[in-house]
Design a protein around this ligand. Structure first.
Ligand SMILES: C[S@@+](CC[C@H](N)C(=O)[O-])C[C@H]1O[C@@H](n2cnc3c(N)ncnc32)[C@H](O)[C@@H]1O
Length: 303
């Protein structure tokens, strides 16, 4: 960080001076707070990320040391508000449309019907959940893939997508559904013409007909047991579990499986869990993907 002269009297250190050193004890205290509230594990390698995130916010508030900021964040109603802001800075919202293409191919070929649904079974319905949806690209990609496929098959259909994340700022972006052109690099021209409209030069908005199929809500994956969610036919959970330790991953997955309707499919990112099994799930095989289908009635726990 560049060093420029003058001091801010209130804080004792100026915005552009180097961040104060964080002791190991202070680091351990912050790691525990973040782990306890979000489940995220901040490894020693991520100390500089924590320091940068905290000091950026402390500068805005004119707070000079980590302990004083900790006391502000950890307690009381003001702390609860502050925590929401801090969580946005500590979480990684990296995402893109159709991020992991094989997983979307799996949805088209192994989850959705392959031939027109008989009239008596129409409208065909599918409920989808995108966990850790960040700024919405994953949820809208699912909506596009499903709508394209079902409209091609013909017949009446209905789909709804619930998309959840811990970060309120990411969810606000997701709800707006407005993206700069460069973020649409994986959207084919015909998809762009059908599912987006230009709202400014090189700025695109998801069309209302698609947006209204997606409902965004704040949900901490550590609190799934309390979440009022209907059984889901398809659950996407990609690039989220990587932030949790093995025991937490298992606990989260156990809760996720409980939300899976019989016959429903859970899709993780490839390699996100190793050696995990669940008595009610069977693997769905599709190249370069990691997915399971719920076969049994509910009742079992995670293996
Ligand atoms: C790297 S993004 C993944 C986005 C998308 N699923 C994808 O694969 O492109 C991870 C998301 O997980 C969210 N997240 C992190 N901890 C969480 C928690 N405890 N509960 C819910 N979401 C969380 C972050 O806010 C972030 O938006």
């Amino acid at each position: 960080m560049a060093q420029v002269g003058s001091e801010v009297r209130r804080s004792g250190w100026q915005g552009l001076t180097p961040a104060p050193a964080m002791s190991e004890a202070q680091f351990a205290r912050w790691v525990e707070l973040v782990r306890h509230r979000t489940g995220m594990l901040l490894s020693p390698e991520r100390k500089s990320f924590l320091v940068t995130s905290l000091t950026a916010r402390m500068r805005e508030l004119g707070i000079a040391d980590y302990d004083a900021y900790y006391e502000l964040v950890a307690h009381g109603p003001r702390g609860a508000v502050e925590w929401v802001l801090l969580v946005d800075r500590l979480t990684v919202h990296e995402t893109r449309f159709f991020r992991h293409r094989p997983s979307f191919d799996l949805v088209r070929t192994r989850v959705l019907p392959q031939s027109p649904v008989p009239e008596a079974l129409q409208p065909y319905r599918i409920q989808v959940w995108s966990i850790g949806c960040a700024t919405g690209e994953e949820a809208y990609s699912l909506a596009i893939a499903i709508d394209e496929h079902l409209s091609r098959l013909g017949g009446r259909y209905y789909f709804g997508i619930t998309a959840t994340d811990i970060s309120l700022s990411a969810l606000a972006t997701a709800r707006r559904g407005i993206y700069p052109g460069k973020r649409l690099d994986r959207i084919a021209p015909d998809q762009r013409a059908r599912y987006f409209r230009r709202v400014a030069p090189d700025t695109w908005e998801v069309v209302p007909a698609l947006r209204k199929r997606v409902c965004f809500a704040q949900l901490n994956v550590l609190e799934l047991a309390r979440a009022p969610l209907a059984p889901m036919d398809l659950i996407f959970c990609q690039n989220v579990l990587i932030y949790f330790d093995r025991a937490q991953r298992q606990a989260i997955l156990d809760q996720v499986v409980r939300r899976l309707a019989p016959g429903g499919v859970l899709v993780l990112g490839p390699g996100e869990v190793v050696g995990w099994r669940h008595p009610e799930l069977e693997r769905v095989h599709h190249p370069d993907t990691l997915a399971w289908r719920r076969v049994a009635r509910r009742g079992g726990g995670a293996a």
